[in-house]
Design a protein around this ligand. Structure first.
Ligand code: UDP
Ligand code: MG
Length: 322
């Protein structure tokens, strides 16, 4: 029987400070993987620092290191997809470069996927220590909301750090949507996943690229990608304000006809017009979000564009001299 090959997919965006540390840490746990060998597949997501140079050098000294370098920053979702698509292993694991995903969990994951009947072993943070409290609060609310309105289960605290069988990776690759929300996609494809729990860790160096607002936008994108409940809510709002207006019209008519008391005052009218106008814009906004997503999908653009890999790296450098 052929030995297993585990592909380690590592999305990297401005990670010059941590790449070497990361590589050394993973090298340390290599022996614990039994007969399985590993390949690194770094995906340089348009970094503006020395990340690509470090990857070139790593690939030169270690033939197990491969890399893909994008033509610009396409985002972590695109980087993960490119990694999965180009991984050669019969098992694939996605790991952040900043060592927030502990490499020492990998042997455990491999053991479970080999000996138990799971297709995927994921990881879950059991706490959010070291994170700003406001962010934790909104994160928890996000998981509550999305799990209530979406049929796809999104596990709270689950990281993208997961070891998958080739079968599951191929299933994930079948989903070629442009607006990718991997947390949902991994769960949507099904298969049996076991979650290992661990305490949150902070980045070893460098800085997170997520600001509060980018996380907010990411959550909204996740909701739009995996639920159409907001659309239903907007029609519900429309319907209820219509019913209220009919009831009010009847009340006004009765008051005028029976009590000869026409309603006066334009203040109330202005308030009502503003309220209804606001609701209409709000619902249009929701609608627009979905139409915008459909628009982007219908363009059918590639999810990422590769500029350089370890295979054309030398040619590339020679060409540059001219
Ligand atoms: N990342 C990426 N492209 C981006 C942003 C981030 O490939 O546009 C990578 C980054 O290099 C890291 C991982 O995604 O390996 C997670 O990023 P980060 O640590 O900033 O996020 P956090 O851990 O705070 O969620
Ligand atoms: Mg991180």
């Amino acid at each position: 029987m052929k030995n297993d090959l585990i592909s380690i997919v590592v999305p990297c965006y401005n990670e010059e400070e941590v790449l070497k540390l990361f590589y050394n840490e993973v090298e340390k746990i290599k022996e614990k993987l039994g007969n399985a060998s590993i390949e690194y597949l770094f995906v340089n997501d348009g970094s503006k620092d020395q990340t690509l140079d470090i990857l070139r050098r790593l690939a030169e000294i270690d033939s197990n290191v491969r890399y893909l370098s994008f033509s610009r920053n396409f985002g972590k979702e695109a980087a993960m997809f490119a990694g999965l698509e180009n991984a050669a292993g019969n098992y694939v694991v996605i790991m952040d470069a900043d060592l927030q995903d502990p490499p020492e969990l990998l042997p455990k994951m491999y053991n479970i996927i080999k000996n138990e009947e799971y297709d995927c072993v994921g990881s879950r943070r059991v706490n959010r220590e070291g994170e700003p409290p406001v962010r934790s609060f909104f994160a928890r609310q996000f998981y509550k909301i999305i799990n209530r309105i979406s049929e796809t289960e999104i596990v709270d605290g689950a990281r993208d750090y997961r070891l998958m069988t080739r079968q599951m990776v191929d299933a994930v690759l079948e989903i070629r949507e442009y607006n990718r929300f991997s947390k949902g996609i991994f769960s949507w494809v099904g298969f049996d996943t076991k979650y290992l729990e661990y305490e949150n860790r902070n980045r070893v160096a460098g800085e997170t690229t997520w600001s509060f607002w980018s996380l907010m936008k990411y959550s909204l994108d996740g909701i739009v990608a995996f639920s159409d409940t907001p659309l239903a809510i907007s029609s519900l709002i429309g319907l209820s304000s219509f019913i209220i207006s009919i009831v009010m019209a009847i009340i006004v008519a009765i008051r005028t006809l029976i009590f000869d008391d026409p309603t006066s005052g334009w203040t109330s009218l202005v308030v009502i017009i503003l309220a209804i106008g606001g609701l209409q814009l709000f619902c249009l906004g929701i609608l627009g979000k979905y139409i915008g997503k459909t628009f982007l999908e219908s363009k059918n653009r590639p999810i990422y564009i590769i500029k350089e890999t370890e295979k054309n790296s030398l040619i590339y450098k020679k060409e540059r001299k001219f």
